[in-house]
Design a binder for this molecule. Structure first.
Ligand SMILES: [Zn+2]
Ligand SMILES: [Zn+2]
Length: 399
């Protein structure tokens, strides 16, 4: 906690001076100073203050390559300047005792042109009835059961979803109820839900947008999603600038009927969406009002946010890649674990679900921390080398 305030100040002082004139800076400095605990560690010995442009420059080496983006599940354009996207989804890394992934199964067959991202898992008729003949199979992301829906988003069969909401920990027990991996679910929901994508190739996906104007800047984005009949859809978004300033925040009306608000994780309650007025298209337009082709977007597992936003963007820095899991990809460290360990900050602990604002700030601060550490290391290595280099430097020798 202490350290994160320290390095946030380190960036903030510069941007306040350059972006925010004296009055606002003074107003902001006061609460920040009040927050600072008396036991806070001293500022690193060689803090180098950065402007947004300098930060963008420092992040260049961390921007994901297209190949890496593809592996991580980012939406990529189908051809230069296209707004149609393709997404490759790796089979999920979490333990799935009820399901084995078969690369020859229908769900691995690339989607057809008319699929439009609905993520059908094949459309072989299994019944003589018209409705079932039109049905597609989806994997429930909560209980791992397969279920069927018509292409219009109607469930073929009413079936409750018995699932565990907790992750499986290293002792093969669910965090929610401590029962063993593969045991009967401890929670019940009215229907199964699916992600909107399937393992393997997804696409071509319609409705994507991309920045066109040559604008820079560095922003962190976080979104929250609800389960609809079309899979996970955008329900809430927050964008913050590198100085921690909230740039944009909105609730979003999903385009398809909501099946489950996913409140435990999304923080979205039915009454929130009832007062949402913006559509995905509105939010896309808003975002492209300040995100340009050179803007660096930051996030934790940002591919999920860009897929929900249907935003094609190539300059991305992902905290999952910045702080990889010790066991390597596809294992990932959670934002909660990274925040607690590196920022000394608790996020995603409340019973009201994630806050996109809190999560975006955590992702931004993790990136600032990395840049600051790299700068400190560089200064340290230069000062460490100086005594060795000096005797060999003709200018020093002749002095
Ligand atoms: Zn459970
Ligand atoms: Zn289910």
């Amino acid at each position: 906690m202490h350290f994160c305030i320290q390095f946030h100040d380190w960036f903030y002082q510069e941007t306040v001076a350059s972006v925010d004139p004296a009055g606002a800076a003074a107003r902001r400095r006061k609460p920040r100073d009040q927050r600072r605990p008396p036991s806070a560690p001293t500022t690193p010995s060689t803090p180098q203050r950065l402007s947004t442009e300098q930060l963008a420059q420092a992040l260049r080496s961390h921007v994901l390559s297209p190949k890496r983006m593809w592996t991580l599940g980012y939406p990529l354009e189908i051809e230069p300047n296209s707004t149609k996207a393709v997404v490759y989804i790796n089979p999920p890394p979490r333990p799935r005792p009820m399901t084995t992934w078969d690369v020859n199964a229908p769900e691995f067959v690339p989607g057809s042109q008319g699929d439009s991202g609905r993520g059908s898992l094949g459309s072989t008729p299994r019944s003589d009835s018209d409705e079932e003949a039109d049905a597609v199979e989806h994997l429930c992301v909560r209980c791992d059961k397969m279920f069927r829906m018509t292409r219009d988003g109607e469930y073929v069969k009413e079936e409750t979803c018995l699932y565990h909401w907790g992750r499986v920990s290293s002792d093969s027990r669910y965090a929610c109820c401590k029962s063993m991996l593969g045991s009967r679910g401890c929670s019940v929901a009215r229907s199964h839900v699916w992600s909107g994508t399937r393992p393997g190739m997804n696409g071509p996906l319609e409705g994507y947008v991309r920045a066109r104007s040559p604008r820079g800047g560095v922003y962190a984005i976080d979104t929250e999603m609800c389960y609809t009949t079309a899979g996970l859809e955008l329900a809430s978004i927050a964008v913050i600038a590198a100085d921690g300033r909230l740039v944009y925040r909105s609730l979003v009306k999903p385009s398809s009927p909501v099946v489950d608000h996913n409140t435990r994780f999304s923080g979205i309650r039915p009454r929130d969406l009832a007062r949402a007025t913006k559509t995905l298209r509105d939010v896309q337009n808003d975002i492209l009002g300040f995100v340009g082709t050179d803007t660096i977007l930051i996030g934790h597992a940002l591919e999920n946010d860009l897929r929900a936003l249907k935003l094609l963007h190539s300059a991305v820095v992902d905290t999952c890649a910045l702080y990889p899991h010790a066991r390597g990809f596809p294992m990932r460290r959670s934002l909660r674990a990274l925040s607690e360990e590196l920022l000394g900050r608790t996020v995603q602990r409340g019973s009201n679900g994630h806050s996109p604002l809190e999560d975006a700030r955590a992702a931004m601060d993790l990136v600032l921390l990395k840049v600051q550490q790299e700068q400190a290391n560089r200064v340290h290595s230069i000062s460490y080398q100086l005594p060795i280099l000096q005797p060999y430097d003709p200018l020093v020798s002749s002095a």
